[in-house]
Design a protein around this ligand. Structure first.
Ligand code: CDP
Length: 253
């Protein structure tokens, strides 16, 4: 059997060359990292859950006309996606104060913001993904003004979609991060949502109890991360309520 060509290995995913030009296979690992990889663990079942959840969110976005890189899920660990040129920014949308914003501005976690706030961080692990402004982005040529208009519009549409989907299952979307990729269609280029959307990259709080159902469970040692992600998947109907737990090796390809 021919070996696939690995294109890139990150903290939570591996990218392999896809079957057609312009496609990539995205493999979800069980590795969890936090605080710029200073805290690490391997969490059985996390990769499979994020694969299912990212498929659910990305295919929903595709359906409502928000373009994403997602093509199809291949198995419990992998999905086929479009190859993109990643814009070197982490685009963060916040509805409630939490995490670094609460620390930076001294706002109590959970405070509702007057409107969604979009922040940009420069994607560079060695610098700890520093917060940057549109001035930096334009001056250093990471994205044009037109790109920034498109990125803002994509980010707010993803926010509305994700907030609504989560609200429907009793979960508050506190904040999330997305990455944006550039694709070329003939003479045209456009921007699409890339990477993943999962509880690794969102803050999700139960509306009733405030229970954390996201990576803060790992960051802050709040219990079982797979239990939290499984709860999100079950509420969304992504995993049948009676199915074998996703952590059982039988389900993992
Ligand atoms: O998560 P942390 O407190 O380090 O940073 P934040 O700026 O408060 O994160 C805002 C949101 O973006 C959270 O939902 C994070 O999970 C997500 N994020 C991410 O997925 N990847 C990063 N490198 C930074 C933030």
């Amino acid at each position: 059997m021919a070996r696939r060509k690995k294109i890139y290995e990150g903290k939570a995913k591996i990218l392999y060359e896809g079957p057609e030009p312009g496609t990539i296979v995205q493999y979800f690992k069980d590795d969890a990292t936090a605080f710029n990889a200073q805290k690490k663990d391997v969490i059985d079942g996390k990769g499979a859950l994020n694969n299912l959840l990212s498929e659910y969110f990305m295919s929903g976005l595709n359906q409502i006309g928000v373009p994403t890189h997602f093509i199809k899920r291949l198995n419990m660990r992998e999905q086929l996606v479009r190859q993109v040129e990643i814009i070197p920014l982490e685009v963060i949308v916040r509805n409630y104060a939490a995490g670094t914003m609460s620390k930076r501005l001294g706002i109590e976690e959970g405070t509702q913001l007057p409107r969604p706030i979009v922040e940009y961080c420069y994607k560079d692990d060695s610098l700890g993904d520093p917060l940057v402004t549109e001035e930096h982005i334009a001056a250093f040529g990471w994205a044009t003004q037109q790109d920034m208009d498109d990125i803002l519009s994509l980010a707010l549409r993803v926010n509305d979609f994700m907030s609504g989907v989560m609200y429907g299952v009793g979960i508050k979307l506190v904040d999330f991060k997305i990455e944006i990729g550039r694709v070329y269609d003939g003479d045209f280029q456009r921007l699409i949502v890339a990477d993943e959307i999962s509880p690794d990259s969102c803050r999700l709080w139960d509306i009733e109890t405030g229970r954390h159902l996201d990576k803060d469970v790992f960051r802050r040692d709040l219990g079982s991360l797979t239990d939290a992600y499984t709860e999100v998947a079950m509420r969304l109907g992504v995993m049948p309520k009676t199915s074998t737990p996703v952590t059982k090796p039988t389900l993992i390809n």
